[in-house]
Design a protein around this ligand. Structure first.
Ligand SMILES: [Zn+2]
Length: 247
């Protein structure tokens, strides 16, 4: 992650975000960025623990495992909680931009209160079981923008991007036969890092509704990612997960 931060040196969002965090969370964010948290794997390496196995699933408990890769955490919705907290903030920000602009656009999102018939693509455009996270529909321009969020471990940002582009390529191609379609897949690191590529993709989400990201937009997203991951980290030895509310 330090390497990624180095590549990001022209943009100080992550650093300035973490310095505004409460002290305990700042310490988590810094130690997470250099893999110095007391995961069972690190404790075993440091000679302080004999087993490096995850209490939830039995696989090796690395930081990557806790924050992104535990099958039990996934199944219990721990990662969905983080994903949807970020998605909710993006959705609200784009909706505000639409409300303030002169443009007529409808925004659908795969979170409660923002779907259409349980999905995110209007059925009159294309009935499908696929549910991209965000869909911006501009009826007058006969244009639809499909946007998909992933929250991977920082080292996997590129792989996650390619995987999502492949996943939605066929859907975008099906749509293009009747309507102008764009596909934007973007990633927010689970430790709050937003790479320059992804900042520019996030700006695109606002450009399509003739707007710009609001002040502090990137910082707020970084912060939500770090706070959610901190909650996931703190609960790593808890067998149950209750996430009815979003951050
Ligand atoms: Zn596990």
């Amino acid at each position: 992650m330090l390497q990624l931060l180095e590549e990001e040196k022209f943009d100080l969002t992550w650093r300035s975000t973490i310095y505004n965090l409460p002290k305990g969370i700042l310490s988590f964010a810094v130690r997470a960025s250099i893999d110095a948290l007391p995961t069972f794997c690190n404790l075993a390496t440091w000679g302080k623990r004999s087993s490096d196995r995850c209490k939830l699933c039995g696989k090796r408990e690395t930081l990557h495992h806790v924050l992104n890769h535990c099958s039990v955490s996934l199944q219990q919705g721990r990662y969905t909680f983080r994903h949807n907290a970020i998605l909710k903030h993006i959705t609200d920000s784009i909706q505000d931009a639409i409300d303030l602009s002169q443009i007529t656009a409808t925004l659908y999102a795969d979170i409660q209160g923002h779907t259409t018939n349980g999905g995110t693509l209007p059925v009159h455009i294309l009935p499908t079981t696929q549910k991209p996270d965000l869909v911006t529909y501009l009826r007058e321009q006969n244009t639809i923008h499909i946007q998909e969020l992933t929250v991977p471990f920082e080292q996997n940002i590129k792989t996650s991007h390619d995987r999502k582009v492949n996943k939605y390529a066929a859907l975008a191609a099906d749509l293009r036969t009747g309507i102008t379609t764009t596909l934007t897949c973007f990633e927010i690191g689970s430790r709050g890092l937003i790479t320059p590529d992804n900042k520019s993709r996030l700006r695109t989400l606002f450009h399509v509704v003739k707007s710009k990201p609001p002040k502090n937009f990137f910082k707020d997203i970084s912060r939500i990612a770090i706070l959610s991951s901190y909650a996931i980290w703190n609960a790593r030895h808890e067998p149950n997960w209750d996430s009815d509310t979003l951050l």
